[in-house]
Design a protein around this ligand. Structure first.
Ligand code: ZN
Ligand code: ZN
Length: 225
């Protein structure tokens, strides 16, 4: 068994292009590229090569430049690597060895939510939860409270915003937690536009919290102590 992952059998031609996120094989590079961009999360699971003639989804931009564009200058700005990846070198045995993750995943026991374990997928999410726990104007909060449908490049997708926060004055805020170097991605704009509409219809306030907003929160909490 191989954890149910769709690795084609050995020596299958379909293994020519193997998705580095889920292990699915493709015959053509175009199909492979389209699959990654459509099915996986840019910024988290892959980054795109900024060279216009290339644009390939990759997990390590420095490595990609070394191999594919050795004479081009590696961009100085922007995200260089996917946040999370699995090592598929052992795929013959069906084992996925996780590389040392660059992100923190875990649970935070929430006093605001009666001791419930709140799941976080990054250090930043964890930090935000810690802030929420300290803010007296917040009664409770939910992680991934609902799904919103959105269209991107003609196809329907679903998006889970990160947080629904209930304030003591009765107002509700929906927060998306995202590092600022991922906020410009077109797919994210499509998600957030739909979510904004969903929130407006319900009287919720929607916002995207980057590390800048998080630092402001931390500062505010510090000042109130
Ligand atoms: Zn995949
Ligand atoms: Zn490239």
């Amino acid at each position: 068994m191989n954890n149910g992952l769709p690795f084609p059998p050995k020596n299958d031609k379909q293994r020519k292009y193997v998705c580095f996120v889920c292990g699915k094989g493709f015959l053509s590079f175009d199909e492979y590229k389209e699959h990654i961009v459509e099915s996986h999360e840019e910024g988290r699971e892959f980054v795109c090569c900024p060279l216009e003639r290339c644009g390939s989804p990759v997990r390590d931009l420095r490595l990609h430049f070394k191999v594919k564009h050795p004479h081009e200058k590696i961009p100085a700005k922007g995200q260089m690597k996917a946040v999370v990846w699995k090592d598929q070198t052992n795929r013959g045995e069906g084992k996925l060895k996780s590389r040392k993750p660059k992100f923190r995943e875990g649970y935070l026991t929430s006093t605001k939510n009666g001791g419930k374990e709140m799941h976080y997928r990054s250090g930043m999410e964890c930090n935000v939860y810690e802030c929420l726990e300290c803010m007296s104007e917040i009664i409770s909060y939910e992680v991934e409270p609902f799904k919103v449908k959105y269209t991107f490049q003609g196809e329907m997708h679903e998006y889970n915003p990160d947080l629904k926060i209930n304030f003591s004055d009765g107002h509700v805020e929906i927060w998306e937690i995202k590092p600022s170097d991922q906020t410009h991605l077109p797919k994210n704009s499509a998600k957030w536009e739909s979510c904004q509409q969903h929130c407006e219809a319900r009287g919720y306030k929607f916002m995207v919290l980057t590390e800048i907003g998080l630092n402001k929160l931390k500062q505010k909490i510090k000042n109130n102590l």
